[in-house]
Design a protein around this ligand. Structure first.
Ligand code: ZN
Length: 182
């Protein structure tokens, strides 16, 4: 796939619900996709992006909370500790914010863009963002964490997003209602 063809997929696009496949061998094609993902993340003023969000069902994520860019292939959490709750937004679900409970500290393994092993310890916001992106690789979205009341509140907005996704992804300015866009 040509990286220039990549764009952020929005709620209602079936690729967001697909489980990502593990990457057997990291190639230059994957490196191109990771670079394009990072660009789209920065353009959208996001702090994380998963490959499924650009229509690719392979296990890759990019994360940058302001202290450097992580590109991780086949990420897997091997240790969790503690709890944190944050209001999370998502570049694929614009305009919606959901309170999500996650682990406070994580240890994550995976491969870098050259296929070398990575071992990352993260806590706080960085840990939150990685967990959000790993959810994407499982086809899970923040709306799945919504409480009963939140579900009622966001139902209309989700319906509109779905309608838009069906009639092609009309571009729209990223909603700024949630400061954490992942
Ligand atoms: Zn997201």
């Amino acid at each position: 796939m040509k990286e220039t063809a990549l764009r952020i997929r929005k709620f209602g696009d079936p690729v967001l619900r697909k489980k990502s496949a593990l990457v057997n061998k990291v190639t230059s094609g994957h490196r191109d996709i990771l670079s394009a993902m990072a660009r789209l993340m920065y353009d959208g003023e996001g702090v994380g992006l998963a490959a499924s969000q650009v229509g690719i069902d392979e296990a890759m994520v990019v994360v940058d909370i302001g202290d450097g860019l992580y590109k991780v292939v086949n990420p897997r959490i091997i240790k969790i500790q503690g709890k944190q709750v944050n209001l999370e937004g998502c570049l694929s679900v614009p305009g919606i914010c959901i309170k999500v409970k996650r682990a406070k500290k994580i240890q994550l393994i995976g491969l870098d863009e050259n296929g070398n092993p990575l071992n990352i310890k993260a806590e706080g916001l960085l840990a939150c963002v990685f967990q959000h992106e790993l959810d994407h690789l499982k086809g899970k979205l923040i709306v799945d964490y919504a409480s009963f009341l939140e579900k009622i509140k966001i139902a209309k907005a989700l319906k509109e997003l779905k309608k838009k996704a069906e009639h092609e992804n009309l571009s729209e300015p990223a909603a700024k209602s949630c400061k954490l866009q992942l």
